[in-house]
Design a protein around this ligand. Structure first.
Ligand code: CAA
Length: 284
């Protein structure tokens, strides 16, 4: 099946990043969300990200303009009717995703593939909310989407071979590498990363300084950034949600650290709120 038009549902960090890399690969993209302000913020973030490319000379101003021209925006889900592939990237709330999949199923054409960018929630549950289980799949981009090479590709219980192959080719056409993962909570990346980050939260609770935890993991393990910096990048709320999802499925070995729960309660979510393990307000 040939994919020409892609709809991305959600204009947040992941949705806008996915819209960007998809438009960069030449697809027509519609980015959809529930309000004009959210769409404008998404477009501004794509503009900023492409601007980095212009500054360092990897793309021209003209390339940037033509990429931006391939991205249109819409409020609500109705413009997904023209899509060959829909990628949902809304909040990590299963009930919300189930409602969206149900509605997309009624709006979209028969051949359209519905994908979720969830980092931990069950693809098979989203598929079961539709009448097109063979054409539902997980396509999980990493943060920051324009930079990270790997994309998890997750089959639901009834995902067809054709859907899998089409999405694999789609990911490759973006210049990225599909990593095949099984549909259990957290797939591969969140399951492993969240467990590691949780241990880092306990290290801080046990008296280690955040800077020392991150420094140790950067310098002793060659990580590009430490686990607490990564939590601030991804968002403490997203990390807590991932951990809770994995914990629900795999039990006590992944009980979220009280420190993370307390940070989320006080709104210290990381870069997006200006305060996480580190203070970003002074950099603004
Ligand atoms: N858009 C476009 N380009 C970006 C970017 C963005 N948002 N952020 C960084 N870049 C580019 C920079 O322009 C730079 O490009 P060049 O090398 O061509 O100059 C490159 O990425 C490196 O950026 P910086 O020099 O600014 O910073 P850095 O070297 O510290 O790298 C990083 C930043 C890429 C984020 C790196 O620290 C890294 O790879 N960290 C790990 C990220 C990670 O593990 N992500 C997965 C998170 S888990 C997840 O996403 C799953 C989930 O659902 C929870």
């Amino acid at each position: 099946m040939e994919i020409k038009n892609v709809s991305v549902i959600g204009a947040g960090t992941m949705g806008s990043g996915i819209a960007q890399v998809t438009a960069q690969a030449g697809y027509n993209v519609t980015m959809e969300d529930i309000g004009e302000e959210l769409l404008e913020r998404g477009l501004a973030s794509i503009d900023k990200s492409l601007g980095r490319g212009v500054k360092k000379g990897s793309i021209s101003e003209q390339d940037k303009a033509s990429i931006m021209s391939r991205i249109s925006t819409a409020i609500g889900l109705s413009s997904a009717k023209d899509a060959d592939l829909v990628i949902e990237a809304v909040l990590e709330e299963l009930e919300l995703k189930l409602d969206i999949f149900k509605e997309l199923d009624s709006i979209c054409r028969e051949h359209t593939i519905l994908a979720s960018n969830t980092s931990a929630l069950p693809i098979s549950a989203m598929a079961a909310a539709t009448k097109r289980q063979p054409r539902v799949i997980g396509i999980h981009f990493m943060n920051p989407a324009p930079v990270m090479k790997g994309v998890e590709l997750i089959r639901g219980r009834h995902t067809s071979h054709e859907t899998f192959q089409t999405c694999k080719a789609f990911i490759e056409s973006l210049g990225k590498e599909p990593c095949e993962a099984v549909d259990y909570a957290g797939f591969i990346v969140s399951r492993i990363l969240d467990a590691m980050m949780n241990e880092a939260f306990y290290c801080v609770m046990d008296g280690n300084k955040p800077e020392q935890v991150d420094k140790a993991m950067r310098l002793c393990c060659n990580f590009p950034m430490g686990p607490l910096e990564l939590c601030d990048l991804v968002g403490a709320d997203i990390t807590l949600h991932g951990l809770e999802t994995v914990h629900k499925e795999f039990g006590d070995r992944l009980h979220p650290a009280p420190l993370l729960v307390s940070m989320v309660r006080s709104g210290d979510l990381g870069r997006k709120t200006g305060q996480g393990f580190y203070d970003y307000r002074k950099q603004a």
